[in-house]
Design a protein around this ligand. Sequence first.
Ligand SMILES: *[C@@H]1O[C@H](CO)[C@@H](O)[C@H](O)[C@H]1NC(C)=O
Ligand SMILES: *[C@@H]1O[C@H](CO)[C@@H](O)[C@H](O)[C@H]1NC(C)=O
Ligand SMILES: *[C@@H]1O[C@H](CO)[C@@H](O)[C@H](O)[C@H]1NC(C)=O
Ligand SMILES: *[C@@H]1O[C@H](CO)[C@@H](O)[C@H](O)[C@H]1NC(C)=O
Ligand SMILES: *[C@@H]1O[C@H](CO)[C@@H](O)[C@H](O)[C@H]1NC(C)=O
Ligand SMILES: *[C@@H]1O[C@H](CO)[C@@H](O)[C@H](O)[C@H]1NC(C)=O
Length: 458
Amino acid sequence: MISHAAYFLTFTLDLIVYRCVRVACCSRLRFMWFTLMFLTVLCVALQMLGVVRQARLIIVKSQADNTVMCQPKKHIVFLKTHKTASSTILNILYRYGESHNLTFALPLNMHSQLFYPAFFAAHFVEGVRTRSVKEFHVLCNHMRFSSQEVRKVMPKDAFYFSILRNPVAMMESLFVYYKAIPAFRAVKSLEEFLIQGGRSYNASVPNNHYARNILTFDFGLDNTAPENDTELDRRSAEVIAAMERDFPLILISEYFDESLVLLKHALCWSLDDVSSFRLNSRSERSRRPLSAEIADRVKEWNSLDWRLYQHFNATFWKRIDSTLGRTKLQQEVELLRAKRRNLEQMCLQEGGAVDPAQVQDSSLKPFQYGAAVIQGYNLRLELNNDTRQLCQRLITPELQYTSALYTKQFPQLAAARAAAAKKIAASRNTATHRAVNQLHKNWTKSCLSARAAQVWIN
Ligand SMILES: *[C@@H]1O[C@H](CO)[C@@H](O)[C@H](O)[C@H]1NC(C)=O
Ligand SMILES: *[C@@H]1O[C@H](CO)[C@@H](O)[C@H](O)[C@H]1NC(C)=O
Ligand SMILES: *[C@@H]1O[C@H](CO)[C@@H](O)[C@H](O)[C@H]1NC(C)=O
Ligand SMILES: *[C@@H]1O[C@H](CO)[C@@H](O)[C@H](O)[C@H]1NC(C)=O
Ligand SMILES: *[C@@H]1O[C@H](CO)[C@@H](O)[C@H](O)[C@H]1NC(C)=O
Ligand SMILES: *[C@@H]1O[C@H](CO)[C@@H](O)[C@H](O)[C@H]1NC(C)=O
């Protein structure tokens, strides 16, 4: 706007000079021309002032009320961490993306994860190698973060965020879920594992990364335990600095609803956009509180994660105090909870989560793994089509939703995969049954060694 006005001013001045030259020839009209020139200059100057004032007004207004003036963010990177309620955030991103026609950076070949625990690489994303996708909006599946590779896929203005959970509760959860990993296999309980000083843990054995400083690991950083306090100070400061450089927002699982409100503001979305049911959640039956002594051992064992959790918990609350304030936060949290209760009443037969055995639609059963009991939902029967679609999206488990989005985004690739799967199923019933089985076994074996934990989902 200002450059427009400046252009107009130069143009007017040119005109005035031209007129002056002509006027000089005719001294009787000189006075009149000078008056006209003065008025023109005055007029232009006033106009410019007006433009500047207006521009300033817009800026001031946008600072005062960012919910009205901000633009909803559509380029998003979510680093999905393990056992942190991140599946619920994934569902929020999937639903928003699906209803706004956004493109997801999904794992190659319909995998459920971006080849975790290998470091992320751009070509793990379907459509990158073939260049069949012009623009990716959302990247949110499990990966081991690599800033450099992510930036090759995602637009420059992408908003990065992630979520942390208290390492004490997290480790109890990880132990139950990943009981089959080498570090945990040999022990009966988490208590036993810790009291033995983690004797069964060998950092260089595949899949043991789940057992120590997994948050640090997921952020793509060195998760080996520091040997002494000096080392811990130095390494944790490095981890925190690296995370702060790449992630302007870190949410906290213990304050999940507060986190959703912060996320809503950071993305310039609405409360409806972040309303959700808890997904991939364990039933209370398989939860066990840890004693204070064991909790201290967990903090010591995961010393890096414990440091970064404390740091980001503190910055989380600082951010709230310096932006929304606690009163406004509490109001929005209450509104969010009311919205969730309404959705539960509208969508769910039992009004809440049920055990997997009670999930009637088998296509909506959540994936079960380890000793954890992952709960699911039943939809009410009498919903109209629009409501049913909304409700169905709210309760669709991660794996099913990921395949559905893949199928929508890459219909031909999905059809080819389905045809191949059908062929394999058919050949199972023929004489080649054993050979195919053997081939499949060999494939699984090589996959396991090459990609380590790709089979461990979430
Ligand atoms: C998404 O795409 C569909 C079909 O192309 C279109 O009808 C709809 O308006 C689009 N929605 C948005 C939010 O752009
Ligand atoms: C840990 O595992 C590596 C690789 O499997 C092995 O070479 C090493 O001996 C193991 N260390 C211990 C202390 O068992
Ligand atoms: C702490 O550990 C580091 C590396 O593991 C070592 O270089 C340093 O000397 C140790 N410091 C003390 C005080 O033991
Ligand atoms: C996280 O921050 C809150 C608010 O300051 C505090 O009450 C809580 O104790 C903190 N949690 C941990 C584990 O430090
Ligand atoms: C609702 O969906 C069913 C099946 O998908 C379809 O047959 C029916 O016409 C839809 N009804 C309305 C009112 O759109
Ligand atoms: C599977 O691997 C075994 C040896 O590891 C080999 O003898 C066999 O031929 C392989 N089977 C197929 C179908 O590739």
